[in-house]
Design a protein around this ligand. Structure first.
Ligand code: KG4
Ligand code: ZN
Length: 370
């Protein structure tokens, strides 16, 4: 016997406006426990294109764009789910970290909906939520799996988790879906941000990650004669990350290849095969650092039984391959469709008991943006 609940989830922390509607079934004897199965009724992700001209996300533009799109997207989500607002049992929203203006649009929309319907609102941590799809689901392809019941399928614990996105680079140890210990994070830039900045330097459109991956695949392995050093870990800092030095090495390399020009560097004018070799060498060093820290953690925590990988950078196929080669343990990657920001991961995270954030009063200082 099951009890069923339906929630609407909202994600607006950066440049994706996303709404999902999720149904979950839990055992009747423990209705608030982790569900046994879920059905994604609507999964809507709209990536903002207004930032393309700037080569990166402009916070004010992002907030205004969310404001324009959020209500029509929620209407579309209700249509897709074949539900009315009154059918919801709760609302979930990203409270942070993220861009403050962008977060405010989503959180006030969700608060408004929850107050109007008289239904509870769950606050969700965005970085924790990136892991939820890898934690709870084996796979999810919106084309086939929307509207289908999917069994919740947890990995073996303890699990090591890498969350690698444009804003964060975290290594955590999980003893259960709700018990996590942050082992290390980046001291400066996140890995995805380094992909974006190197992409910009080479004249590629934003976001740089997928573009760098594509460009790197065009370099013949024997021709990759650039080598960038990855920041080394030491005894004291086994799981910390750093990407600013790597970015500077790429900048110096581009400067050298261009013959040390004065003023603004235009890496776009380099010959295509030089750009592809730089992209491949950068990707190698960026991914190498992630694998190095994972190996340290696997050595230090021999009881670990599985590895989870999530965040926008988890869409990178070279990263996936190298992580799989770095361990004999089972590795669960977030499904491709749920690597980059989306509201489905927010809804899934809201279903994990004991992980919700306190929703701030609209007049209080907003505590969750960093
Ligand atoms: O998780 P996400 O959507 O946003 C944040 O929470 O930051 O991650 C976006 C980041 C961007 O930096 C983007 O360049 C990177 O993920 N990314 C990739 C790939 N696809 C997206 N990086 C490397 N290779 C990819 N294929
Ligand atoms: Zn994210």
């Amino acid at each position: 016997m099951f009890t069923r609940r339906t929630l609407l989830a909202v994600e607006t922390s950066c440049d994706e406006t996303s709404i999902s509607v999720i149904q979950a079934e839990s055992s009747l004897s423990a209705p608030d426990s982790l569900p046994e199965r879920v059905k994604i009724l609507a999964h809507i992700v709209e990536s903002q294109t207004s930032h393309l001209a700037f080569g990166g996300v402009v916070p004010e533009v992002a907030a205004r764009d969310h404001l324009l799109k959020i209500t029509p997207l929620a209407q579309t989500a209700f249509e897709q789910a074949k539900l009315k607002p009154e059918n919801l049992d709760s609302v979930a929203v990203t409270l942070g970290p993220g861009l403050i203006g962008a977060l405010m649009v989503g959180s006030l929309f969700a608060q408004g909906l929850s107050i109007a319907l008289g239904k509870p609102l769950a606050g969700v941590n965005h970085v924790d939520a990136h892991l939820a799809p890898a934690l709870l689901l084996r796979n999810f392809n919106p084309e086939h799996d929307c509207g289908q019941w999917m069994e919740i399928d947890l990995p073996a614990f303890p699990a090591l988790a890498l969350t690698v996105s444009g804003g964060h680079c975290h290594m955590s140890l999980l003893h259960s879906p709700s018990e996590r210990l942050l082992l290390g994070h980046t001291a400066d830039d996140a890995c995805g941000e380094a992909f974006d900045k190197v992409g910009k330097l080479l004249g590629l459109p934003y976001p740089g990650g997928p573009q760098i991956e594509k460009l790197a695949s065009q370099a013949l392995p024997e021709a990759v004669n650039f080598k960038f050093a990855s920041t080394l870990s030491d005894k004291k800092n086994r799981y910390g990350f750093s990407y600013s030095g790597l970015k500077t090495q790429v900048l110096d390399c581009v400067r050298r290849e261009l013959g040390f020009p004065q003023g603004r560097i235009q890496g776009a004018s380099l010959p295509p095969e030089v750009k592809s070799r730089i992209a491949a060498a950068f990707q190698d060093a960026a991914v190498g650092q992630l694998c190095d820290r994972l190996k340290n953690a696997l050595e230090d925590f021999p009881a670990v039984k599985s590895v989870l990988v999530a965040g926008g950078v988890a869409a990178n196929q070279i990263f996936r391959r190298k992580i799989s080669e770095a361990t004999y343990l089972p590795v669960r990657f977030a499904p491709m469709s749920l690597c980059s920001d989306n509201a489905t991961m927010i809804g899934l995270q809201a279903l994990i008991p004991e992980t919700q954030l306190k929703v701030p009063h609209p007049f209080s200082r907003y505590p969750y943006q960093t």
